[in-house]
Design a protein around this ligand. Structure first.
Ligand SMILES: NC(=O)c1ccc[n+]([C@@H]2O[C@H](COP(=O)([O-])OP(=O)(O)OC[C@H]3O[C@@H](n4cnc5c(N)ncnc54)[C@H](OP(=O)(O)O)[C@@H]3O)[C@@H](O)[C@H]2O)c1
Length: 183
C-alpha cells in the first residue's frame, strides 16, 4: 500500500494557472493514458478544497441543470475549514487539520490499495511532512506558467527524491515517477 501524489504540471512546476485555470493542460486533449492503469490500484482519494471546487465547477455542476455524478467510485476525503457544497450519492468526507488521523481512516478504507493525493501542492506537502507520502508521479507538460498554484510547497533536498522511471507520453507529456526516500 502506497500514498502517491499523481498530477500534471507545467515545466516550471505549477499544477494550475492563475484563477485555477487548467486550460494550459487541456490544450493537450485526451487524458493521460497512464491514468487508467494508475486508478485501478487506488482505494482512497484525498484533495484540498480548491481542487474539489474545481471539479464541482468544471465537471459535476458545469451544467447546473444536468449535474454529473462524482467522477470517483473510491471514497474521497476533502480537506477544508469551510462548509462546502455536497454531491448527491457520492462518498465524500469533509475533514480538517492534521492529515495523520485522516490518513489512518483512508488506509483502513482503502483495504490494501493505494491512496491518491490529488492535490494541491500544499496538501501533498502536509502528507510528506508527516512521513506519509511514498511516491510522486508527475506528468510535466511543455508550457511555462510563471505563476499559479505550485506543485509542492515543502523542501526536499537531502536525501533527494529517487528517480524510479521517466516516460514520454505522446508528444506532450514527460512523466517522472519518483520515490520519497529517507522517511
Ligand atoms: N494539474 C493537475 O493535474 C491538478 C491536480 C490537482 C489539482 N489541480 C488544481 O490545482 C489547484 C490547487 O489549488 P490549491 O493550491 O489551493 O490547493 P488545494 O489543496 O486544492 O486547496 C487548498 C485549500 O484546502 C484547504 N485545506 C488544505 N489543507 C487543509 C487542512 N489541513 N485543514 C483544513 N483545510 C485545508 C484550505 O482551504 P479552506 O479551508 O478555505 O477550504 C486550502 O486553502 C486547483 O486549481 C486544482 O484544480 C491541478
Amino acid at each position: 500500500m502506497k500514498t502517491v501524489y499523481f498530477t500534471a504540471s507545467s515545466l516550471d512546476g505549477y499544477i494550475a494557472g492563475p484563477g485555477h485555470s487548467l486550460d494550459w493542460l487541456f490544450q493537450f486533449g485526451a487524458e493521460d493514458p497512464s491514468y487508467e492503469e494508475f486508478i485501478k490500484d487506488i482505494g482512497a482519494i484525498v484533495m484540498g478544497s480548491s481542487t474539489y471546487e474545481w471539479v464541482l465547477r468544471n465537471d459535476t455542476f458545469a451544467d447546473p441543470d444536468k449535474p454529473k455524478p462524482w467522477p470517483y467510485t473510491q471514497p474521497s476525503w476533502v480537506f477544508t475549514s469551510r462548509t462546502l457544497q455536497t454531491v448527491p450519492n457520492a462518498d465524500i468526507r469533509f475533514v480538517k487539520g492534521d492529515v495523520r488521523p485522516v490518513f489512518e481512516e483512508m488506509r483502513e478504507a482503502a483495504s490494501g490499495k493505494n491512496i491518491w493525493v490529488v492535490g494541491g501542492g500544499n496538501l501533498a506537502a502536509q502528507f510528506h511532512e508527516q512521513g506519509l507520502l511514498n511516491e510522486m508521479i508527475v506528468a510535466m507538460t511543455p508550457v511555462m506558467l510563471p505563476e499559479g498554484y505550485p506543485l509542492f510547497t515543502a523542501s526536499i533536498v537531502k536525501p533527494p527524491l529517487r528517480l524510479l522511471d521517466v516516460k514520454r507520453i505522446g508528444d506532450s507529456f514527460i512523466q517522472v515517477h519518483l520515490q520519497v526516500t529517507g522517511q
